[in-house]
Design a protein around this ligand. Structure first.
Ligand code: HEM
Length: 115
């Protein structure tokens, strides 16, 4: 259902901008949360824990780290592959990138983190 081209055109393409219109979340695009955790009587009871944890994880990464594509010796950029792994949980096959602390404060936060 999360790959239904009627809801999400070009469903295999990584296009986070599909959810944005004029700098805001586009209310006309179906919210994946209406599907990702199931629905009805058997809806996932862990959905709030998962959504909250994922939000904190992504916010922490974006707050403390700069993420850049890897640049080759001749200045060529290595774009992330659009291939994904198979299995219960799928992840991108290849995301060549560098992660650097955004500031000395961010570096300190990372070093103090218990994760
Ligand atoms: C990103 C993380 C997660 C996703 C995408 C996810 C997704 C789902 C989905 C699609 C279902 C089936 C719902 C249905 O049958 O309609 C489900 C069921 C369930 N999930 Fe999750 N889940 C996640 C995390 C968690 C966590 C963290 C917990 C527990 C702490 C959890 C506990 C359960 C349980 C117990 C069920 C069975 C509910 C039932 O059959 O009544 N899930 N989950």
């Amino acid at each position: 259902m999360l790959h239904n081209p009627e809801d999400y055109p070009d469903p295999e393409e990584f296009k986070p901008e599909r959810f944005i219109k004029d700098g805001k979340l586009d209310p006309n695009v179906r919210d994946p949360l209406t599907l990702a955790f199931g629905f009805g009587r058997r809806i996932c009871p862990g959905r709030h824990l998962s959504s909250g944890s994922l939000f904190m994880m992504v916010a922490s990464v974006l707050h403390t780290l700069d993420i850049h594509p890897v640049i080759g010796k001749n200045g060529e950029k290595f774009d992330p592959s659009s291939e994904v792994t198979t299995g219960l949980v799928s992840a991108p096959e290849r995301v060549p990138c560098t992660l650097t602390a955004r500031s000395t404060n961010a570096e300190r936060l990372i070093q103090q983190s218990s994760l």
